[in-house]
Design a protein around this ligand. Structure first.
Ligand SMILES: Nc1nc2c(ncn2[C@@H]2O[C@H](COP(=O)(O)OP(=O)(O)OP(=O)(O)O)[C@@H](O)[C@H]2O)c(=O)[nH]1
Ligand SMILES: [Mg+2]
Length: 395
């Protein structure tokens, strides 16, 4: 299959340097074939193998290659510490050395090396490119139906829980512009297994980066042992829930604190000179405004701290608007149950205003804050053209 065109004209300034990071653990049966294929498919790119002291001598095979120290590099780590840790070390290495476009792929030839150029080229117009099985033109070869079902269900789960908008959320064949790796704080991620892949795609979507999916055909490994395990799958399932819930829990904690501020401020305004003399309506309004401000600061600085903001004034104005509407839910519920439905007891008033109204208002606020207030716009990048490194040596 031929890849998308990449500018390699000598007239064009060579500015972008490309690196493919490949983590390995016991891949002696695959590594040479993989390196041959990648080096041939992307003659402008370097390859970094990150090996966790594989007992089968994978690292030795890498150092024996004739391109070693020129286009092929090796990062040796003392022992098996997981895929995520290996990638973090590899990405740190790449960033330190000033690579502009950084791809990642497995060593077991599941990811088609001939699609590496397509992933790099897609970064002309995007921050992140994902080699995707679940878009038109993509797919899987030689997978049993059970494996297909598992992968499909896993992806659906991630999509529903995290809402990334990406079809292949567990993909491990991806490329990033260096700024994207920095924006999503990839070196601070905590995941080790599959969840590392999910986490980065999710963080990219959250940070408002542009993510494009490049169709690929994924082929099951034919050589060597899979390192996939039940604990890796469980890590992914639970972390996805924690990521999702931590956002909601942080929002609720900030809201709870804002509520305390509201009550304390209201009483302070009612009891303390010189505010005491004022109408209680002023105290109520001032307390609400203060609570909304506290809510805004808490959500901006904590809950949605990773979402970039370029217009704080617009953000604050929208936040105020949705907060006021959100608090209006209590009043609306009270009016409906008390005046329309005729439930006039004190208990009924409390349930409608302070339980149902408050909960509906919180749901409304969470949804609008997330969708409209702390909603990242894609950052504008300066370099937007195909300008990969022209090989300095004869290919
Ligand atoms: N450095 C390093 N590499 C690892 C580690 N675990 C897995 N890898 C590599 O990461 C890549 C993906 O691992 P695989 O075992 O193929 O896992 P998988 O692709 O999820 O599972 P299969 O589809 O069954 O192959 C391969 O290149 C592995 O050699 C690790 O702990 N350290
Ligand atoms: Mg594999």
């Amino acid at each position: 299959m031929s890849a998308e065109p990449i500018a390699q004209s000598l007239d064009e300034p060579a500015t972008e340097r490309c690196l493919v990071v490949v983590p390995t653990y016991d891949e002696a049966e695959n590594i040479d074939r993989l390196l041959d294929a990648v080096l041939a498919a992307a003659p402008y790119a370097d390859v970094l193998v990150v090996d966790d002291n594989s007992p089968d001598g994978t690292a030795r095979l890498v150092t024996r290659r004739r391109e070693f120290g020129e286009r092929v590099w090796l990062l040796e780590r003392p022992g098996k510490a997981g895929l995520g840790a290996a990638y973090r070390a590899g990405f740190a290495w790449a960033l330190e050395r000033g690579y502009d476009r950084i791809a990642q792929m497995d060593a077991d030839l599941s990811h088609p090396p001939e699609r590496v150029p397509a992933l790099f080229a897609a970064l002309d117009d995007a921050d992140v490119s994902v080699g995707s099985r679940y878009v038109d033109g993509g797919g899987v070869a030689n997978w049993a139906w059970r494996r297909r079902l598992l992968s499909w269900a896993g992806n659906l789960y991630v999509r529903l829980v995290l809402g990334t908008g990406v079809h292949d959320n567990t993909a491990g064949f991806k490329a990033f512009r260096r700024e994207a790796l920095e924006d999503i704080g990839v070196l601070e991620s905590e995941s080790n297994g599959y969840s590392f892949q999910i986490e980065n795609t999710w963080r990219a979507a959250q940070a408002g980066l542009s993510v494009v999916e490049v169709p690929i055909t994924f082929t099951d490994r034919t050589e060597g042992q899979s390192k996939m395990s039940g604990s890796i799958a469980t890590e992914a399932l639970t972390r996805v829930l924690v990521w999702r819930f931590s956002e909601v829990l942080m929002f609720l904690a900030v809201g709870g604190f804002g509520y305390i501020v509201d009550v304390v401020a209201f009483n302070a305004f009612r009891l303390v000179e010189p505010f005491k003399a004022l109408d209680p309506a002023y105290a109520r309004t001032a307390a609400v405004v203060l609570a909304i401000l506290v809510n805004y600061i808490g959500n901006r600085a904590w809950t949605w701290r990773n979402v970039p903001s370029d217009d704080r004034r617009r953000e604050l104005a929208l936040f105020f608007l949705f907060s006021v509407i959100g608090f209006g839910f209590s009043l609306a519920c009270l009016l409906i149950s008390h005046d329309v439905l005729g439930y006039t007891s004190a208990l009924a008033d409390n349930i409608s205003a302070n339980v149902v109204g408050l909960a509906l208002g919180a749901v409304f606020r969470f949804w609008t804050y997330k969708k409209y207030v702390f909603h990242a716009q894609a950052p504008v990048r300066e370099v937007r053209r195909a300008s990969v490194k022209v090989p300095s040596r004869p290919a």
